[in-house]
Design a protein around this ligand. Structure first.
Ligand SMILES: Cc1ncc(COP(=O)(O)O)c(C=O)c1O
Length: 407
């Protein structure tokens, strides 16, 4: 078979992620490979750890990359922390909360949930009541759930967890870099992310950070693989090791730490990309990046409202970087998305589960949290809506966004 060289169409990705990668990240990813233990490679690994400490706002030594998409980071954290039979509490406010339930269940946890309607979040009191009732070892909660576009406030949850001697895990795949997030100040024990949202990279690497409390649990479960153990038999071998080899964070920490004990072969090209994503963010400044996401997110929100579209969910808790909008009555949501893609080369998102066919999700994140991307999307959406018979005021969307920029 002859296959042509890859030549993807020039899309503007304005969905809930992935988004267009920053060209700097793509350039970093085209660099040549070096050996796994080449001093330049181990130096890049150490630099990547230092950069992500800034991105996560943490002093955690155990800050590193898990190879794989965001889900790999989630799975590594949960499988490494959960001993089968452990109680885990998951507050579910969207699809990715259900994913935490699914993964924790597969890890053998006794999983308890509290649920709130999609489009709403929990109060700290609701979470504290459930923690006191369930008495879990781990509270696992999504920060920004892309499926509903909302962010669960976490500022007070760390203190609640400490008071009840609970470990706090959170998934910041969709929120990190574009929304306030503080690992240490908020008392987070384990946090995992991805590159394909506000970090302006491709999916395929999951930056994570672990508190000393979390590392202690993981270290107590670590085994050294046969073939790597010290000849004098001094290395620990446990009868009940972490139930995944690839995602055993104890072994991964030994690979990233001073021992450099062989585990997987680090995904060099993804590391180049992840390092550049963090370099871009740190260069811009985390606060400035969050402010940029807030500005363009607000411009998009006001733009869609001016087009007569109703935003979804509790806007007081909306993530800065994505907005959900109800598909107008009588309009075929998929036909609109298809026309936007094929005539304007712009992608916006559909949605899952109870929201499928009811809302579109429009993102302004990472490299695409830009004025031109917002204005072009609003102007194009207006045209497509009008052709579908929706009454829209000419120029209203882009004009409302311009007013946000002017103010
Ligand atoms: C909040 C959240 N968690 C997890 C994931 C899963 O990420 P991945 O597809 O990179 O595994 C996503 C993807 O959209 C997400 O938004």
């Amino acid at each position: 078979m002859t296959a042509l060289q890859i030549d993807p169409p020039a899309r503007l990705l304005m969905g809930p992620g992935p988004i267009n990668a920053d060209p700097r990240v793509l350039r970093a990813m085209s660099a040549q490979l070096v050996g796994q233990y080449d001093p330049s490679m181990t130096a890049y690994m150490a630099e990547t750890q230092a950069l992500y400490r800034e991105v996560f706002r943490t002093a955690n030594d155990a800050t590193l990359l898990v190879d794989g998409t965001s889900r790999a980071g989630i799975e590594a954290a949960l499988v490494s922390l959960i001993v089968p039979g452990d109680r885990v509490l998951v507050p579910v406010f969207g699809r990715f909360g259900h994913l935490l339930v699914e993964i924790a269940t597969r890890c053998g946890a006794e999983v308890h949930t509290i649920e709130t309607e999609w489009g709403t979040v929990f109060t700290p009191e609701q979470i504290e009541t459930a923690v006191a009732e369930v008495k879990p070892k781990i509270l696992a909660v999504v920060h920004g759930d892309t499926s509903t576009t909302l962010a669960q406030p976490l500022e007070d949850i760390g203190a609640i967890c400490r008071a009840h001697d609970v470990l706090l895990y959170t998934d910041v795949t969709a929120s990190l870099g574009g929304n306030e997030f503080e690992t240490d100040a908020w008392g987070i024990d384990a946090v995992t992310a991805g590159l394909q949202k506000c970090l302006a990279g491709p999916s395929g690497s999951s930056p994570i950070s672990l508190s000393p409390r979390a590392v202690e649990v993981i270290e107590s479960r670590k085994s050294i693989e046969a073939g790597l153990r010290a000849a004098d038999g001094s290395d620990e071998v446990r009868a009940d090791p972490i139930r995944s080899n690839y995602f055993d964070l104890g072994m991964i920490l030994d690979y990233w730490g001073p021992k450099r004990l062989n585990h997987h072969t680090e995904a060099t090209t993804m590391l180049y990309g992840a390092r550049e994503c963090a370099r871009i963010l740190v260069e811009e400044g985390l606060d400035d990046s969050i402010a940029r996401h807030r500005l363009h997110g607000t411009a998009m929100l006001e733009g869609v409202r001016a087009l007569g579209l109703e935003p979804f969910g509790d806007l007081d808790h909306k993530m800065t970087n994505v907005v959900g909008v109800y598909i107008p009555d009588g309009v075929d949501g998929e036909a609109i998305r298809s026309e936007l893609l094929h005539d304007y080369s712009i992608e916006i998102g559909t949605s899952f589960g109870p929201l499928h066919g009811k809302i579109w999700r429009i993102g302004t994140m990472g490299y695409n949290a830009r004025k031109d991307a917002v204005l072009v999307t609003l102007a194009s959406l207006e045209q497509v809506l009008r052709r579908a018979g929706v009454r829209v005021t000419a120029g209203a969307g882009a004009s409302a966004a311009q007013d946000v920029y002017a103010s």
